[in-house]
Design a protein around this ligand. Sequence first.
Ligand code: OKP
Ligand code: ZN
Length: 344
Amino acid sequence: MLTVYSDDHRLQDGKAELEGGKLVPCYEMPRRADLVLARVREVGLGEVVEPERFGVEPILRVHEAGFVAFLQSAWDRWTATKRTFDALPFTWAVRGMRTDRVPESIDGQLAYYSFDAGTPITAGTWRAASSAVDVALTGQRRVAAGARAVFSLCRPPGHHAAAGYYGGYCFLNNAAIAAQAFRDGGAAKVAILDVDYHHGNGSQSIFYRRGDVFFASLHGHPLDEYPFFLGYEDETGEGPGEGANANFPLRWGTGFDLWGQALDEACRRIERWGADALVVSLGVDTYKDDPISRFRLEQGDYPAIGRRIAALGLPTHFVMEGGYAVEEIGINAVGVLTGFEEAA
Ligand code: OKP
Ligand code: ZN
């Protein structure tokens, strides 16, 4: 299996996120991608290539222009106000507040365009995030050209980013932009299967009213887990998208017995829906020792995930998302890919 990778991910190297009432070192760190790449090489998964560059146009197929302009300029505007630490928001609009007016100041816009305090904007954020999009689009192009499967080793991740807001360590939605590129390249029906521990709220919201992109997600139950405000079972899509969204929320402590059944059900839903291409949002924060998550998957479970996905028989584009048990992230993520290859 081909891997697409760029060193540009290092340009996103946030210092701190808010957790447990404290600013703690970012869990989403450059070493994550370094160790996944090292494992790709160690097992001899296949060739590793640099991304092609696609510019901002495919990003604007998914994200709002005002949001993209904000991300491009946020760091310069932040430092122009004499702050040098990472840019974090400190408030958000909630029930009944005005979101029809966009604040003009940088602090107001950080609040307007974000949904959490875990996602620092730094000097290199735009370059790292837009490069991760290029990694995703390069993988997409190879799959569209006939590859059975490709691995886009994206970092920062993307599935929490919606059309007009960022959060959850995500700025641009790599998987959603890839799914849209499959559509624009002629695929009639695309499915996204999100196996990251966290609900892919951004991906869901981007395609929620669309009947051409199916979104299925297995994740920590919103009653227990971040991002809390999306991911229930009764979110089935709206309007033309009715029936094209499937959530499998699972409570804290879930192990592979239950998780694997939910995966099987999600895969059967995708089979029944009949996709032409599959994008997998590949997070491995379902692992038992993940420091911010509470499922109990073990190392040996990851190849089984890959085998089940391979059984769908679809052109498959793996896009890296989360996984914070950094020392094991390579073994687990690449475990899915080698499992896939055994069965494909
Ligand atoms: C991104 B991805 C941690 C609080 C949760 C956000 C988690 C984002 C996960 N103490 N912070 O889905 O892996
Ligand atoms: Zn996650």
